[in-house]
Design a protein around this ligand. Structure first.
Ligand SMILES: [Zn+2]
Length: 468
């Protein structure tokens, strides 16, 4: 309307932002009051009220965005610790709230009612499909692209489609420094036409003594469709790839691991080159795939301007994320929760578990709800045969979830002795059975199974609510 002055328009905009902000907070508080965290509702409603809310709130916040199929959460936790240790006031999105709605709600929680940021830095884990819009709104200073693997096919489609989504996000923030996994022949193509600075990271040596059997998600050269050869493979399609046909090959990394010194059940020791100098680095999480996450975090730290010594220190004491090797005790039994979400991630978990040489018990909780992937055929692409090869180390295997029977069938085909398997559909009874074990228990739930288990553990055993 023409009779509205420019200054009135500005006030209208501010009012809109204010209403969106307050509504978002109110819905969030109410949901928490009823014990419901981690939903998309507050952010979705807030964006309905003010579609520019995230962009407005992101002004004045220097962000690092982390995207890619696997490793986002752990890498984000590592970067958060690096920034904290470097003296930044930093916030991050928790509880897998990695779509634009969850990220918006996170920025709302970290802003004044006037829409000004409370903290100066943010580490934002972002879903690949949402990355285009998020990247445009938050204009990150640094973008970390971890890897691209075949994920829930019914949701993402092929790996090239996922790659396209990440590419769109990078195009929306052309000035951002890119941290690129040099060992992933798919991810490296993101740097091909990059205008901004690129920091490559990678692992220069094989990670595992024995590896699970895996199908490569990227066997063919991106340039000429020839078949890649490898000097070494770390896992999946990652490693020292080269194309004998056209010469396309792994880019020399700037941040890299030169040696895996020790792979324990609590942490991993490596030697890592950061800013041209080699350091002994203790990564405060077990599992070979976390070596990549540590490299990614170190690359992001250097791109942000943090000193190498600070990065090394932070990697030694950060704490793991929600369901990422998260450790807790129930009635004296030590448990670790590890989210399983796609064949590659699951194979990496098995790479770690099958190398354990002490007696252990496992529990796999397979759901088939939307957020898990309704198509559970992916379990046939996972090398569960490794579990059978563990022999006497594996003492018991508890199965649960909406598709526990199919999981039992898959394990039976893998030659896991039927006598070791037990289906317990009730979460409470499942945890009680696990707690009776005199061995450490590794719980491997799919996403919604993890949310349910976590909620029950919080209520019954007083575990910290996951949205805190
Ligand atoms: Zn080629």
């Amino acid at each position: 309307m023409s009779f509205i002055h420019k200054s009135d328009k500005l006030t209208c905009m501010r009012l809109r932002t204010f209403i969106a902000l307050v509504t978002c907070r109110m819905i969030r508080r109410i949901l928490h009051l009823f014990g419901r965290g981690g939903t998309n509702l507050p952010g979705t409603v807030a964006l309905r009220i003010d579609k520019n809310l995230l962009k407005t709130l992101a002004e004045g916040v220097t962000a690092i965005a982390v995207t890619g199929t696997n490793g986002k959460t752990t890498t984000s936790h590592m970067i958060e610790q690096i920034l904290i240790d470097a003296g930044y006031d930093v916030f991050t999105n928790r509880a897998g709230a990695n779509l634009i709605s969850g990220i918006t709600a996170t920025y709302v929680e970290n802003a004044t009612l006037g829409g000004r940021p409370i903290k100066s830095a943010a580490v934002i884990e972002c879903d690949e499909a949402a990355f285009g819009a998020v990247s445009e709104a938050i204009s990150p200073k640094v973008i970390v692209a971890t890897n691209v693997f075949r994920d829930q096919l019914d949701r993402y489609g092929e790996v090239t489609h996922t790659l396209g989504k990440i590419r769109a996000g990078i195009a929306n923030s052309p000035k951002a420094t890119l941290c690129i996994n040099a060992d992933d022949s798919l991810i490296t193509t993101l740097a091909d036409n990059a205008e901004a600075e690129v920091v490559y990271y990678g692992v220069n040596v094989p990670i595992y003594k024995k590896r699970v059997h895996e199908i490569s998600d990227a066997p063919y050269c991106v340039r000429c469709h020839g078949i890649y050869r490898y000097d070494y493979v770390t896992f999946g399609h990652l490693g020292g790839f080269y194309c004998p046909n056209c010469g396309y090959k792994r880019h020399e990394p700037d941040v890299f691991v030169t040696e895996t010194v020790a792979m324990g059940s609590e942490n991993t020791d490596v030697r890592m080159v950061i800013a041209g100098r080699e350091y002994p680095v203790r990564i405060n999480l077990p599992g070979g795939y976390n070596i990549y996450n540590a490299c990614a975090a170190a690359a992001a730290g250097t791109a942000f301007g943090v000193e190498a010594e600070t990065i090394v220190h932070a990697l030694g004491h950060f704490t793991g994320g929600f369901g990422r090797m998260e450790k807790f005790t129930v009635d004296g039994t030590e448990m670790r929760m590890i989210l399983i979400k796609n064949p590659t991630a699951c194979n990496q978990v098995l790479n770690f578990l099958s190398n354990i040489e002490e007696p252990v018990a496992f529990s796999i909780v397979l759901n088939d709800r939307d957020a898990d992937s309704t198509d559970i055929s992916w379990i046939w692409d996972v090398d569960f045969e490794q579990i059978a090869k563990m022999g006497d180390h594996l003492k018991a295997l508890y199965l649960s979830g909406t598709r526990a029977e199919e999981m039992a069938m898959r394990l039976k085909y893998a030659d896991v002795p039927v006598g070791k398997m037990k289906i317990i559909k009730d979460d409470v009874k499942l945890i009680e059975a696990c707690a009776e074990s005199s061995y450490p228990v590794y719980l491997m739930p799919t996403y919604t199974a993890m949310i349910d288990l976590r909620r029950m553990l919080t209520k019954r055993y007083g575990l910290k609510a996951f949205w805190h």
